[in-house]
Design a protein around this ligand. Sequence first.
Ligand SMILES: [Mg+2]
Length: 367
Amino acid sequence: MLVQEYCTNTVEATVVMKISSKVVSLKKRVPLTISRGTSAGSDNLIVEIECESVCGIGEMAPVNIGGGEEDAAVAAFQVDSIREDLFAVQPWEMDKIQDVLCGHTVSASTAAAIDFAAYDWLGKRAGMPVYQLLGADISNIVDSSLTIGICSPEEARNRALETIARLQPHSLKVKLGSPSGTDADKAMLSAIVEAIPSNILIRVDANGGWDVNGSKMMMEWLAQKGVEYIEQPLPLGQEEDLPFLFKDAPLPIFADESCRNSADIPKLADRVHGINLKLMKSGGIREGLKLIHTARAHGLKVMMGCMSESSLAIAGSVHISAFADYLDLDSHLNLLPDPAKGLFWKDGRVLPGSGTGLGIEFEFDSH
Ligand SMILES: [Mg+2]
């Protein structure tokens, strides 16, 4: 029996893992404007791995938060560069995959697509959804906010009302940090607050659009408006000024652009209340879980956010979202069309389906 098992393992060791990729163009239902610019869509990279006749799929979305852009063309080149090194690795061998990625300086968003594909493969191979593999209780998944980008007060009011009518969210995330200044921010937020039902919560993301004095003033004002928390008030690189905001802060501060992976957390732990985990920044589920545990060990809250992602990459986040305190996993709901199917929007929450792996079907010809 032992000899037979040994022989079986020897045969499996010769199994080849194939990896391929394809660029897809996604179009937003409503262009999204933040403090740094406007996006009407994105080119994302879909990565597929195949091993033992089981396919796993993942998605890379562009990351542009400073410190080097990551786009789909670069990601496709990176996937090509590691193809031969992955032949001898199986999808469950994530330590070895990580070694290959590090050896080729693969970007975090490309790594995320490969990580999603590996987890999707693992779940399909095991016959379980990824959240079950990880032991997550999906009844703990909280509401996800829907995002309103920077625009005029009248547009903001209309977009908020249209979003509420279409999807009945329990919370909105409002982008501020307008290039037109904090008076424009106040006018936009006031227009939304006055228009929407009072039971819908509002959180604000400045995307680093304010200076220290502007942040202090706006945080006091936002707290009076009943805003839940403020995300990234100061620009990336200005973390040494966060203690001025953190001391006697009238509402919690979350770091987004300032926190890419678990190594960033100890440096931020004495100056923010929480971090925004985005798997495109961290490199996927595996590093994302490390980030969650590191944040918890430092007493920080965890929110999960997204880049411009279809339901495929969002699913990577949704399967671990039961471990987070706040969620902003909404980019797929602003796509026209979303080429990936398999997630559910129910009573203000984004929920996984019961399919194995990430539970997503990707339709390459739907757009
Ligand atoms: Mg943000």
